[in-house]
Ligand binder design. Structure first.
Ligand SMILES: NC(=O)c1ccc[n+]([C@@H]2O[C@H](COP(=O)([O-])OP(=O)(O)OC[C@H]3O[C@@H](n4cnc5c(N)ncnc54)[C@H](OP(=O)(O)O)[C@@H]3O)[C@@H](O)[C@H]2O)c1
Length: 246
């Protein structure tokens, strides 16, 4: 059994909340020997998640910083390699939605925030993971947490749609570029998921969460795609709710 399967090393962005925290729990549940590097901007929130991962053989590495800064990605991969010696799976999950509305009403600041976080953030992380670790290893998996908004453009969500369509293009192109290096690059496309992200869209309006997916549904999809045999490449996984409420 190779190290990648005995003690796989994961770098999960946005692990302090919602889907990212569920991914960390799910990996720890299925594979206590995994090494986890968890990122977010808030040390306290990250530590709270880490405290619930007591079954891990090795304490998770907690990395704070902003994904919109390319030097952060470089530093996170360097620190992961220093701590664990390898990087087997990057889960690009950190993302924001911001306000929704007619495109002419979206502020330049909000446009930058969504494009920088949802598109440039995963791009910088992919560059760092590939150039610092995976190409030299000739192995690795990159899982980009996208959205159904990366496949269907929804009115009033135009900038979020654009960030996620862009991420889908990156995912597809890089997947083809890295095939020959035995590196799998894939996208997971969930419908609405019950996470704190919805509060950030409109703190005064709570959507009907009854028909939403849960973070666990997405985390289970991450685990499913990761633990396929190395030769098996699930390029896209779309998670829909059977009876959506949003
Ligand atoms: N919720 C949904 O309905 C839904 C549906 C489809 C796809 N998604 C996608 O799923 C991913 C996770 O979202 P979620 O619903 O779990 O949201 P969430 O609970 O709000 O979590 C977002 C995570 O991203 C991190 N983050 C945000 N901006 C960051 C930045 N600039 N630098 C570093 N970290 C940053 C946050 O860390 P901090 O602690 O620093 O804030 C947090 O850990 C996103 O890419 C989102 O687009 C969500």
């Amino acid at each position: 059994m190779t190290d990648a399967f005995k003690t796989p090393v994961f770098l999960i962005t946005g692990a302090s909340s919602g889907i990212g925290a569920a991914v960390a729990h799910t990996i720890a549940h299925h594979c206590p020997t995994a090494r986890l590097a968890l990122t977010g901007r808030d040390t306290h929130k990250l530590q709270t998640v880490a405290n619930t991962l007591a079954n891990l053989e090795a304490a998770p590495l907690l990395l704070t910083g902003d994904v919109t800064n390319p030097s952060t990605s470089t530093a996170w991969v360097t620190q992961t390699l220093t701590a664990f010696g390898r990087l087997d799976c990057l889960v690009n999950n950190a993302g924001v939605c911001g306000s929704i509305g007619l495109v002419q009403e979206v502020s330049p600041q909000m446009i930058d925030r969504m494009i920088d976080t949802n598109l440039k953030g995963p791009l910088y992380l992919m560059q760092a993971a590939l150039s610092q670790a995976m190409v030299a290893q000739q192995s690795g998996t990159i899982i980009n947490i996208n959205s159904v908004a990366g496949i269907t453009a929804y009115p009033y969500w135009a900038v979020y749609d654009a960030s996620k369509f862009g991420l889908r293009a990156l995912t597809e192109a890089v997947a083809e570029e890295q095939r020959g290096n035995n590196i799998r690059v894939m996208g997971i496309y969930p419908a609405a998921v019950d996470t704190p992200l919805w509060q950030s869209i409109d703190p005064n309006h709570t959507p009907d969460k009854g028909g939403m997916l849960t973070p666990q549904h997405v985390a289970d999809a991450v685990w499913y795609t990761w633990q396929q045999p190395a030769h098996c490449h699930i390029k896209e996984l779309i998670l829909s709710a059977l009876n959506p409420s949003v």
